[in-house]
Design a protein around this ligand. Structure first.
Ligand SMILES: Cc1cc2nc3c(=O)[nH]c(=O)nc-3n(C[C@H](O)[C@H](O)[C@H](O)COP(=O)(O)O)c2cc1C
Ligand code: SF4
Ligand code: FES
Length: 609
């Protein structure tokens, strides 16, 4: 494929930026200049997340032989990378620069089994001819079954050949981590330059909004969303079509729409990926939602800890304004939707919808009782549609392909969980990053087949899903499908998509204590059961962990947890006991062991605190 590579895509998501992505891109630009190539001969473009964040910075080369992928390449190897991407094995001094045994942010290389094996084919881009290269999938003419382990530079096949310094950085785009993904929400993320409206437009952005404004009634749009079976991706899984109908069917008057990009769960970075990688997708989904419910004002609420997402959204909104706005400028319609960005100060509770609305209104982010629900009385008293970022980002594809298409994605055995879901895979797992998969897939497929299991080949103890509102699924139940109902049945939740893999080193009572401490800190303090109950639960947990507890304390923990759950005002307090209760349910032995250790050492007894 010498000289025929079409472009290099350099991941410019925040994980890759933190791993030195900007320096690598600069070095590649310099290497291109040094090679005497013009920009149009080999475009080197920043793109959103390429998924395998733990191996960043990632670079993809698109050529006639398919996609080639590298991770963790240091800037010193930029000219070698450029040469390799162009199909030229570079000789000379550049090859003499040794690659670090453990490139920064690349994870422990020794623990990483060969990235090879199963491939179920390329991405679905929903049948849309995107005009650009496909992000993932087997290279045309290549074999998905080919052995694709990164070459071991210490044992070259031919001892006369100098070791290839890029070999440890080469990644296999056929690996299940990529091949089992089903990009719908993320279909453009990693393909387009997130800072370019033109690039987004070239890849289909705002076509569905245009279609809605010119061809579909709001009721027809809502019918499509209902038919899709889409449920809110913010954690509660409320049916999106039903929520849109509730807002639309309120008495006549103004309405508002809000995208919830607060994403405060520890270990969650799905919404960040969408906002950083394809901001126009969220804005189009929000605009379609506004049209469907009759709103002319919209807000995107993003936490201050997401500076790159904020920058990209600001840039996207400015680019739209420069073209004359969404309706008149981009869609040839007088429809006057205005979208504003609001930056939250980072309190976890501000993700709760009523607290978020207070925060937008300039007040303190404290939840209020529901009903009335925001769909009935929200911003300024107007009916307000509030949806999660990923929920809204799914909308353009649903409109393009039809609700029935989306509703057909997923395991038929999980009728309540349709479409795809984005998960952020982190913790003790080998391959960390972002995956978008059909719902209904067994958890095991994501964690073991795609994620590669636990680092160092250690046994997998559990998977924590749903952050502080979620629970732990023990290894024995790993075949549970990614299904709202099945996960809830285990005392865990599908949640917003945070998936933290736990190895043998994690002590479950301590994990429960971590999440309880998080809730103590993040409680807004407005209602007693949450304010004081979480503190008491944390103190009781300390007592058990420190060996001062007795088996009866576990029952006390359960009683108090049930009280906090039943009497707290908002979801934070209502779900704060979940990690504790799920670890008590599945790992009670560890709590009893802690108590027994204390009893054996004569430490038990006395009131907590
Ligand atoms: C403490 C707390 C934090 C929350 N944080 C978020 C969040 O960061 N993002 C989000 O979309 N939903 C969050 N939610 C859920 C929202 O209240 C709301 O249900 C959601 O934004 C609705 O959108 P959806 O129907 O599209 O999921 C949170 C709920 C609670 C109780
Ligand atoms: S449950 Fe907790 S976070 Fe929610 S209103 Fe009460 S004190 Fe505030
Ligand atoms: S941010 Fe670069 S791969 Fe995810």
């Amino acid at each position: 494929m010498s000289g025929a590579v079409r472009q290099l895509r350099c991941c410019d998501g925040s994980a890759c930026r933190n791993g030195g992505g900007a320096a690598l891109r600069q070095a590649l630009l310099a290497a291109r200049r040094a090679a005497g190539l013009a920009e149009q001969e080999l475009p080197i473009r920043p793109v959103g997340c390429l998924r395998l964040c733990g191996r960043g910075p990632l670079v993809a080369a698109d050529g006639p032989g398919g996609i080639r992928l590298w991770g963790g390449v240091p800037p010193e190897l930029a000219s070698a990378l450029l040469a390799a991407a162009r199909g030229q094995r570079q000789g000379g001094p550049a090859l003499a620069i040794p690659a670090p045994a453990n490139p920064p942010h690349a994870g422990p290389a020794s623990a990483d089994p060969p990235l090879g094996g199963l491939s179920l084919g390329g991405p679905s881009l929903g049948g849309l001819p995107l005009g650009g290269p496909r992000l993932w999938g087997p290279a045309p003419g290549g074999s998905p079954q080919q052995p694709v382990a990164p070459a071991d530079p210490t044992t070259p096949a031919d001892p006369t050949t100098p070791p290839d310094p890029l070999a440890p950085h080469q990644l296999n785009p056929h690996h299940p981590f990529f091949a089992l993904q089903r990009p719908v929400v993320l279909e453009r993320c990693g393909l387009i330059d997130p800072d370019s409206l033109d690039d987004a437009l070239d890849h289909g952005a705002y076509r569905q909004l245009q279609r809605c404004l010119h061809q579909l009634t709001p009721a027809a749009v809502r019918a499509e969303i209902r038919a899709s079976g889409l449920r809110g991706r913010g954690g509660a899984g409320y049916p999106t079509g039903l929520k849109w109908d509730t807002v639309a069917l309120q008495p006549p008057g103004p309405r508002q729409v809000v995208a919830n990009g607060d994403e405060g769960d520890p270990g969650a970075f799905m919404d960040r990926t969408v906002m950083e990688g394809d901001p126009h997708r969220l804005l189009e989904g929000l605009a379609i939602a506004a049209y469907a419910v009759g709103a002319e004002h919209g807000f995107v609420y993003v936490r201050a800890e997401y500076p790159l997402a904020i920058e990209r959204l600001r840039g996207a909104l400015a680019a739209i304004a420069a073209r004359g706005g969404l309706g008149p400028g981009l869609c040839g319609s007088p429809w006057p939707l205005r979208i504003a960005l609001r930056v939250g100060a980072g309190a976890y509770v501000c993700g709760e919808e009523t607290a978020l609305l207070h925060s937008i209104e300039g007040g303190r982010g404290t939840p209020r009782p529901r009903p009335p629900y925001p769909a009935q009385r929200g911003l300024g008293g107007a009916p307000t549609l509030i949806n999660n970022v990923e929920t809204l980002a799914a909308v353009p594809a649903i409109l393009r392909e039809g609700g029935a298409w989306y509703g057909a994605i997923g395991d038929p055995g999980c009728p309540g969980s349709r479409g795809t879901k984005v998960f952020s895979l982190s913790g003790a797992v080998v391959h960390t990053g972002v995956v978008e998969v059909p719902l209904g897939l067994p958890l095991r497929t994501v964690v073991e087949t795609m994620g590669g299991g636990v680092v160092g080949g250690e046994f997998l103890k559990a998977v924590q899903t749903g952050g502080p509102s979620g629970g732990c699924i023990p290894a024995a139940l790993l075949d549970t499908p990614l299904d709202y109902e099945a996960m809830a049945g285990l005392g865990a939740i599908l949640g917003s998509g945070g998936m933290v893999v736990l190895g043998p080193a994690t002590a479950m009572p301590e994990l429960a204590r971590y999440f309880m401490g998080f809730c103590v800190q993040e409680s807004c303090g407005q209602c007693l059961p949450c304010r004081a109950g979480t503190v008491q639960l944390a103190a009781l947990l300390d007592r058990v962990i420190e060996g001062r507890g007795a088996p009866e304390d576990l029952e006390r923990l359960e009683e108090l947890a049930a009280m906090v759950r039943a009497t707290s005002l908002c979801g934070l307090g209502q779900s704060a006991p979940n990690p504790l209760l799920s670890t008590l349910r599945h790992f009670r032995g560890e709590y009893l062991q802690a108590c027994a250790a204390g009893i054996a050492g004569g430490l038990s007894g006395g009131p907590p605190g």
